[in-house]
Every structure is written in structure tokens, then in C-alpha cells.
Design a protein around this ligand. Sequence first.
Ligand code: COA
Length: 172
Amino acid sequence: MSTIAAQTITTRRLDLLPLLVEHAEEMATVLSDPALHTFTGGTPDTPQALRSRYQRMTAGSPDPAVSWLNWVIRLRDGACLTGTVQATISPSDNGPIAEIAWVVGTPWQGRGIATEAAQGLVDWLSQQPIPTLIAHIHPDHQASAAVATAAGLTPTDEWHEGEIRWRRSLRR
Ligand SMILES: CC(C)(COP(=O)(O)OP(=O)(O)OC[C@H]1O[C@@H](n2cnc3c(N)ncnc32)[C@H](O)[C@@H]1OP(=O)(O)O)[C@@H](O)C(=O)NCCC(=O)NCCS
């Protein structure tokens, strides 16, 4: 499988910028609310821990068959970072699959930012040689389910670690 690298994605209000280690300090503040972990588990990282995490993420997957693509979401008007989107691309019997996910910092929630970012991400992924998108969403997480629906995914009857698998086929 050829390696796919994250590129800048532009939407109406947002720039999705490929993640850099230098984003860690600002993102530690954006992601500092423990409530962001209600459905996904874990706790907020300190700036130092997030820097280490971003170093590992930008170094790339140790498995050469898997691509880790990560973006920060920049609100162009505010010139500030507001969250992240990611796609993990893995091989499967039916061609590459991208597992996508999104996070928006609490102060910026409820403004359609996750929806716009996820739609931009899916549009970009649809231009890559990737026939299938999936996302894993906790059954009680209505906001994330709404984001997935707006990005064209639909729930399946498959479960993964307590979450529902959502899917979208990108075959044309
Ligand atoms: C899920 C998340 C990214 C949504 O971010 P957001 O920028 O607020 O989302 P949007 O403003 O685009 O809203 C998306 C939809 O959720 C709805 N929504 C927002 N907050 C909601 C809430 N608390 N309860 C129910 N629905 C909610 C919005 O009305 C919108 O629905 P609509 O399109 O039908 O109007 C954000 O809540 C988050 O980061 N949560 C923590 C991390 C996480 O769980 N990520 C998901 C992993 S799969």
C-alpha cells in the first residue's frame, strides 16, 4: 500500500493543518476539559505529555502498512486551534480502510466545527485510493453520531470495544 500523507484541507471557516509537535502547547489548553473524555476514556494531557504524544504521532506508525494522519483544526477568523481530526489507514481484504475521529475543545463546541471538519476530511479522503471509512462511536454520544451522519456515515450492527461501528463506502 502506498503511503498517504496528510495535506492541508481548507473548508469555509477552517484550515485543517497537518499536526506538528509545535501544536502541543496550544492544543493542551484546547483539550484541557476532562469532559472531552466522557465517552472515549482517559484524561487531558499536560503540555509535556501532549508534546511526547505528538512526537510519537508525527513519527508515524511503526507498522509500515498503517498510516497515521492527524490534523489540527484552525478556525481561520479566530486564528486559533480548536480541535483535531484524524484518519488511521489500514489494509484489509477489501482494500484500505480509514478509521476517522474528531475532537473539538469545549469552548468551541456547538458551532458546527466538528461537522465542517469531518466533512472536509471525508471529502479529502474520497480523493485518495480508500474505498471504506469507519468510525467508532459510543451509543450514547449523540453529538458524535450527528457529526458522523453529516459526514455520510451510517451505523452498522457491528460493535468494537463498547462502541458502534459506523461506515461509509467511497467506491464510485
Ligand atoms: C463530538 C464533538 C467533536 C462534537 O463537536 P462540535 O463541534 O460541538 O459538533 P457540531 O457543532 O458540529 O455539532 C454536531 C451535532 O451534534 C449536536 N450536538 C452538539 N452538542 C450536543 C450535545 N451535547 N448533545 C446532543 N447533540 C449535540 C449538534 O446539534 C449537531 O447536530 P445537528 O447537525 O443535527 O445540528 C465534541 O463534542 C467532542 O469533541 N467531544 C469529545 C471528544 C469525542 O468524544 N470525540 C468523538 C470520538 S468518535
